[in-house]
Design a protein around this ligand. Structure first.
Ligand code: FAD
Length: 390
């Protein structure tokens, strides 16, 4: 099955992209059409995606750590990376999450804050998709407020002992390495923890009704002994994990548009063939009003994402800009998915169509990488100078 081609680019926004960007998008779209779309509804239904196989396919195309330089990474522009996220998430948010967590969280943390040895050890294999990474910040009792995390690392001779637990960790059940954040006497520090280290266990979280084509797990760290070289030397304080989150959120700003686009494609196609009261439901003014409003939000979201991407490529992107993008584009994407669901009527709740799957996935996207409320607080602080988090 290939991506439907429908006139969604009302404002000719493709004209804002370079030939190279359009080419990258086409290549990623082809891969997604070939390797993901035909199977993803089944993965979602069973709650199991072939994560390792997908990682190798994505690695072969240079999608893992795509925007990083060196160590086997593609060194693409922020805009090219964003376009790739959009195409991946047009298939499924869980599939895009695999790429985001691998590239923007686990690889970025090692790339930015790791020692040369850590980079050499992990990054080339992760770029190829031969090694899978995860990023452990959230805990059972600390989500939006990671500053109060309970996981502790204490010095033990030359090395460290890590104790605690992480929750809701994407890729954890299949990961080879976890970037784990813990409190120490010197503040929050990050560690590259091989998942086969004694004392580390990862358990799959089952029963999710969202992001079912993504492996999510709980990590238990029971007096885990780590050598001195497991610590990420340049990550000092909470700003280090937060900077990784900014990277991943940037991909979500684009990715969420992909889920919305796929819903809108589906709704327009459905409305054109579904007949009620003697004519296609696409011919009713109320349906057209819905479609027009959704198409506009999609185009506005794209302009926002592209602006952030061009700003990132100039080296001028600030975290609150990414908060603005994540807040708007995920909020609008989930509204579009729910509205498209109404256009499909009863078929909207069927797994034969992707719309409710996207809507359910976007519930996770709304929550992870900072909830909407947290991004509102980030913007509120920027506007007023007052931090209202606590
Ligand atoms: C499928 C999935 C995958 C995930 N993958 C990862 C991962 O790979 N790595 C990782 O570290 N984490 C991951 N997470 C966790 C995610 O980042 C957290 O769920 C998120 O940060 C919110 O934390 P919480 O669930 O504990 O909610 P809480 O922090 O308990 O928040 C609950 C509600 O309270 C609101 N709230 C909290 N504080 C305030 C405040 N000050 N003012 C107003 N409202 C507030 C929130 O906005 C939210 O609506 C994942 C989550 C999901 C669902």
């Amino acid at each position: 099955m290939t991506s439907p081609v429908l006139p969604l680019d009302l404002l000719d926004l493709d004209s804002l992209l370079t030939d190279e960007e359009l080419q990258i998008r086409a290549v990623v779209r082809r891969l997604v059409d070939d390797k993901v779309r035909p199977h993803v509804a089944g993965w979602y239904e069973t709650g199991h995606a072939p994560v390792r196989e997908l990682a190798r396919d994505f690695g072969a195309l240079g999608l893992l750590g795509m925007h990083l330089e060196g160590y086997g990474c593609a060194g693409s522009s922020a805009v090219a990376y964003g376009l790739a996220c959009l195409e991946l998430e047009a298939a499924d948010s869980g599939v895009r999450s695999l790429v985001s967590v691998q590239g923007s969280l686990a690889m970025f943390a090692i790339w930015k804050y790791g020692s040369e040895e850590q980079k050499q050890r992990w990054l080339p294999g992760m770029a190829k998709g031969e090694l899978i990474g995860c990023f452990g910040l959230t805990e059972p009792d600390h989500g939006s407020d990671p500053a109060n995390m309970s996981t502790r690392a204490r010095r033990d001779g030359d090395g460290w002992v890590l104790h605690g637990g992480k929750m809701w960790i994407t890729n954890a059940p299949v990961a080879d390495v976890a970037v784990v954040w813990a409190r120490t006497d010197e503040g929050v520090r990050g560690f590259a923890v091989p998942m086969d280290t004694p004392g580390v266990t990862a358990k799959e979280i089952t029963g999710k009704l969202s992001l079912r084509a993504s492996a999510t797990g709980e990590i238990v760290l029971d007096e885990v002994r780590l050598p001195a070289d497991a610590i990420l030397p340049d990550a000092q304080g909470l700003k280090a994990p937060l900077s990784c989150l900014t990277e991943a959120r940037y991909g979500i700003v684009w990715g969420a548009l992909g889920a919305a686009r796929d819903c809108l494609h589906t709704a327009i196609a459905y409305a054109g063939t579904r007949t009620q009261f003697g004519k296609p439901i696409a011919g009713f003014q109320l349906t057209q009003a819905k479609l027009a409003d959704m198409a506009l939000e999609l185009q506005k979201g794209f302009l926002l994402a592209l602006h952030l991407g061009r700003t990132a490529d100039r080296g001028a992107l600030r975290p609150e800009m990414v908060s603005a993008g994540k807040l708007n584009n995920v909020r609008e994407a989930i509204a579009i998915a729910r509205q498209c669901r109404t256009i499909l009527g009863a078929n909207g709740v069927s797994g034969e169509y992707p719309v409710l799957r996207h809507a359910n996935n976007l519930e996770s996207v709304l929550t992870y990488e900072g909830t909407s409320e947290i991004h509102q607080l980030v913007l509120g602080q920027r506007l007023t100078g007052i931090a209202a988090f606590g």
